[in-house]
Design a protein around this ligand. Structure first.
Ligand code: GCB
Length: 616
């Protein structure tokens, strides 16, 4: 069987037979197989799952040598009440937890738990001939090991990207069960590493489903307007559809009914069908007109449709051009933190509230920090016309010197790009945030940036660079990583961590000749805490810091975007000033309960007047 680009299938199959020790030590081969799962009809496995805690050193999951134990809770046996002693766990009588959801905000005793939680649920299944079935996990933080009817079907590392495990051979007619062990323990050689400024919510944080497909099925596609050397409004719609296990010359039809556009092409020996469509007239996607077209894909028994927008994004010297027109990005950063109810943001309602605030701000841009968010956020952005910066969690200190860590970063990058490359809203792939400037890291991230560009030459590559030391009121970004970027993201906290708010006015920024997005700036304020402008943690000071930031930002000629830190206050265990922080990073424009701070209204006015920066 052949999977879409980047999937080493023989490796993947062989992996199932490899020793458990290899599995626990090595990065898994790429496992995000199915693109557009949210547009397929699936059997949801959301709902109540039984759970058991496997406290450190997690003896049910890890053998003494670190290998994964397939013979403990994964077997889902029940204790003998009469007869010989067998084991001492029982999912059947264990409490339940809701999936999707982090465990921290569902079970008070697990609020600060970082470790292994075992999940189990029964489900009914009737196999259909000539089909294949996959277990799809939207995201599980951080490492996952999955068994169906006692058979290990996959392992995955990475807390914010989806994966699919083939379960065809493990299922039978009638009652089946799935066991998933999720380990949220942070790893020094993980991505992110151990020190993070956000809450490490654990568990099956996004949806879980079973996807049954014909034997030959579409696993991957890339549909966009042709990206030539210049923007051409009449460019073809082009790309590929990949069909798993297709013989050469298998027919694939792609159809956009609203444009009366249709073509049938053939797969090559690898299952790739490349196509071009030349619609007579096409409304391009933009924030002012976020037009999406229903695109249908058909190959044999498999039918899939997606809602796709078409637009062109590129840079021209220091300008960012959307559909050939210079654009200024005004938006905000966002963590995947659920408003009001708290915990990991993963529902339609979360997306509506968060994007509703962005619309209210007159924003046209969001930076989804610091990891890929739930797919429905990107759907919402596509629908609302909000341009997106999407990032993998290479946050600050990463083990850049280790080849296996580069392998992990590559996998996360591929998973992110593969899931979201058909979303018109995404214009920027970011490879990192605030990493130390040294040779090892520059090589690692430049290679990754080049890989991102190779995987997706239609988008812009960026990274958020840490604020430089400011000397004689000069801030010079001379980070060599910028050479590998199309757009420079610059983080800085003048007026909060560095200097005074007023000093921002006099700072002169020097950048390489590329477009710049001020990707983080701001100050903390506790909603409802009032005082004078030099009183920290007041709403007044937060506003004051932003006002002086605006004065500074307006003087940067190549500034093409701003994303204040951050839309909403978010949980961070490192923020421990009682009464002011209480475990929250308070740089939000909105408090976690939805209360808008004064800074929200300041930003809203500035954005509605488009007064912070210029498109050219
Ligand atoms: C940063 C980081 C971000 C933090 C923020 C802060 O520079 O990129 O993850 O949360 O500063 O509030 O300190």
């Amino acid at each position: 069987m052949k999977f879409g680009p980047f999937v080493a299938t023989p490796l993947r199959t062989a992996l199932l037979f490899l020793s458990a020790a290899t599995i626990v030590c090595g990065q898994q081969p790429f496992q995000t197989l199915l693109v557009g799962v949210d547009h397929r009809s699936v059997t949801s496995l959301n709902g109540d799952w039984h759970y058991l805690v496997d406290q450190a050193p997690a003896q049910a999951l890890y053998a003494a040598n670190g290998a994964i134990n397939d013979k403990t809770y994964a077997l889902n046996e029940h204790p003998n009440i009469i007869g010989r002693h067998n084991q001492e766990y029982n999912f059947a009588t264990a409490p339940t937890i809701h999936v999707p959801g982090d465990w921290n905000t569902q079970v008070p005793q697990l609020f600060n738990y970082e470790g292994v939680l075992w999940y189990q649920r029964d489900f009914h299944f009737e196999p259909r001939i000539n089909t294949r079935t996959f277990l799809h996990v939207g995201a599980a933080n951080y490492r996952s090991h999955v068994w169906v009817n006692q058979k290990r079907v996959c392992d995955h590392e990475g807390g914010y990207t989806p994966f699919d495990c083939e379960v065809t051979g493990a299922l039978h007619s009638g009652s089946n069960f799935v066991v998933i062990a999720v380990d949220s323990t942070r790893l020094r050689d993980g991505i992110p590493s151990v020190g993070i400024d956000w809450f490490n919510y654990g568990g099956l944080t996004r949806e879980v489903s079973l996807v049954t497909l014909p034997e030959q099925f579409i696993d991957d596609y890339d549909i966009h307007i042709a990206h030539g050397s210049h923007f051409d409004p009449a460019a073809a719609i082009t790309g590929y559809i990949h069909v798993v296990d297709a013989h050469a010359d298998t027919a694939v039809t792609i159809r956009i009914p609203e444009l009366s556009a249709e073509t049938t092409v053939s797969t090559d020996a690898e299952g790739m069908a490349r196509f071009s469509l030349h619609p007579a007239s096409l409304t391009l996607w933009s924030p002012d007109s976020p037009k999406l077209y229903k695109v249908e894909m058909i190959s044999g028994e498999d039918h899939l449709s997606d809602d796709i927008g078409f637009r062109d994004i590129r840079v021209d010297e220091t300008r960012i051009l959307l559909n050939g027109k210079a654009i200024f990005l005004q938006g905000a950063n966002m963590h995947a933190e659920a408003p009001v109810r708290g915990g990991r943001a993963n529902s339609d309602e979360d997306a509506h509230i968060l994007f509703g605030w962005l619309k209210d701000l007159h924003a046209n841009f969001v930076r989804l920090a610091h990891y890929p968010h739930d797919e429905r956020m990107l759907r919402e952005a596509d629908h609302d016309g909000i341009l997106v910066w999407s990032e993998i969690p290479n946050w600050q200190e990463i083990s850049f010197g280790k080849p296996e860590v580069y392998g992990k970063a590559q996998t996360l990058l591929r998973e992110m790009i593969r899931r979201d490359r058909n979303k018109a809203s995404v214009i920027l792939w970011s490879v990192s945030n605030e990493t130390p400037n040294n040779t090892e890291r520059t090589k690692f991230l430049s290679d990754l940036a080049n890989e991102a560009r190779h995987l997706d030459p239609t988008r812009l590559i960026t990274s958020a660079i840490i604020g430089p030391r400011i000397e004689n009121m000069k801030a010079v970004n001379n980070d060599p990583l910028c050479d590998a970027l199309d757009v420079i993201g610059q983080n800085e906290y003048v007026g909060w961590y560095t200097l005074t708010p007023e000093e921002a006015d006099g700072i002169q920024w020097v950048f390489p000749q590329k477009p710049v997005i001020m990707s983080e700036f701001g100050a903390e304020a506790k909603a409802g805490n009032h005082g004078v402008v030099n009183q920290r943690w007041t709403e007044e000071q937060q506003v004051y810091v932003f006002e002086h930031q605006f004065a500074m930002l307006r003087k940067i000629p190549q500034l093409r975007g701003v994303a204040p830190w951050i839309l909403m206050d978010f949980r961070s265990p490192t923020r421990n000033i009682p009464k002011l922080q209480d475990g929250y990073n308070r740089k939000g424009l909105v408090a976690e309960d939805g209360t808008k701070k004064q800074a929200f209204f300041l930003l809203r006015k500035a954005y509605s007047e488009r007064s912070i920066g210029k498109a050219e």
